[in-house]
Design a binder for this molecule. Structure first.
Ligand SMILES: Nc1ncnc2c1ncn2[C@@H]1O[C@H](COP(=O)(O)OP(=O)(O)OP(=O)(O)O)[C@@H](O)[C@H]1O
Ligand SMILES: [Mg+2]
Length: 268
């Protein structure tokens, strides 16, 4: 995908937010996109989903080229590719109940009647491990982790093949984030989904992705598989990968053998 995040209104100049990015996601596999804030990750996800149509380039899904804009795509094409947004809060309409939020894709993509929808909502809430009676609540009455699960359930309601996850855990505490990641993995096993997983947390991306793309300044600078993670080429990726703390269980042994430390602190 080569694209521009652009603001064309009011004669404002075009902003070249993403450029020269080409990537491939295989069925049932996960691709991580990693890079610093502002490097164009969300813009790229929006271009793939057709929300912010790319100015150049092409997007091929299941062997067919997709329209650059969501408006040019068929309903089935829209259904098969869902996006879960960076900010769970703003992604959910605060005035609607969870039931209303989940109803929409069930009507739009599947034309389900009220009874079928109600049954499916129970299933979806079960899938994302939320209690069924939570369907009557509004987003303001949910925790951050619960909101992100509702967002995820809404994406699943479409019956997608690919879910674009844009920093879905960055607003959550570590334990809740880990639970959401576990859920993604379970869903993948059960439903054979693929994910494009955007994050600036390398350890998270490593945990879930088969392949990682590093972006810097709107461009793709490197393709990495977790097995090769210790040998990135681009200086930015090297910096990124070297700044992740690694647990070294033998670090204390090193200190014990340091002659200066031993002299200063050991009374042996
Ligand atoms: N509609 C727009 N108009 C003007 N500039 C934009 C627009 N959308 C994005 N940008 C700019 O494009 C660049 C990429 O933004 P983007 O949101 O894709 O970054 P990101 O990698 O997702 O960052 P973060 O990790 O903070 O979410 C930024 O410099 C941003 O300011
Ligand atoms: Mg972003």
């Amino acid at each position: 995908v080569a694209g521009y995040g652009a603001s064309k209104t009011d004669g404002l100049p075009l902003v070249r937010a993403v450029e020269d990015v080409s990537l491939k996601v295989e069925k049932g596999r996960n691709l991580g996109i990693i890079g610093e804030s502002g490097c164009g990750k969300s813009t790229l996800a929006r271009a793939i989903a057709g929300i912010l149509p790319a100015a150049v380039g092409k997007i091929v899904f299941d062997g067919k080229e997709l329209g650059r804009s969501a408006r040019e795509r068929t309903r089935d094409q829209l259904r098969e590719m869902q996006i879960v947004f960076q900010y769970a809060d703003t992604a959910l309409n605060p005035a609607k109940s969870v039931e209303d939020i989940l109803d929409r894709p069930l009507v739009f993509y599947h034309g389900m009647n009220a009874r079928a929808r109600s049954l499916r909502i129970d299933e979806l809430l079960d899938m994302v491990r939320l209690p069924r009676n939570l369907r009557h609540r509004r987003p303001g009455e949910l925790s951050g982790g619960q909101k992100q699960r509702v967002n995820f359930a809404r994406a699943l309601a479409a019956d997608p093949k690919l879910i674009l996850c844009d920093e879905i855990t960055s607003a959550l505490d570590t334990v809740v984030a880990a639970a959401v990641i576990e859920l993604l993995k379970e869903m993948q096993r059960e439903l054979g989904l693929s994910y494009i997983f955007i994050s600036h947390d390398l350890s998270l991306v490593e945990a879930i992705c088969d392949e990682i793309v590093v972006m810097y300044g709107g461009k793709k600078v490197e393709d990495i598989t977790p097995a090769k993670i210790n040998a990135p080429h681009h200086p930015y990726s090297q910096l990124l990968f070297s700044s992740v703390p690694k647990l070294d269980p033998s670090w204390l042994d090193g200190l014990e053998q340091d002659p200066e430390l031993v002299r200063a602190y050991c009374r042996r």
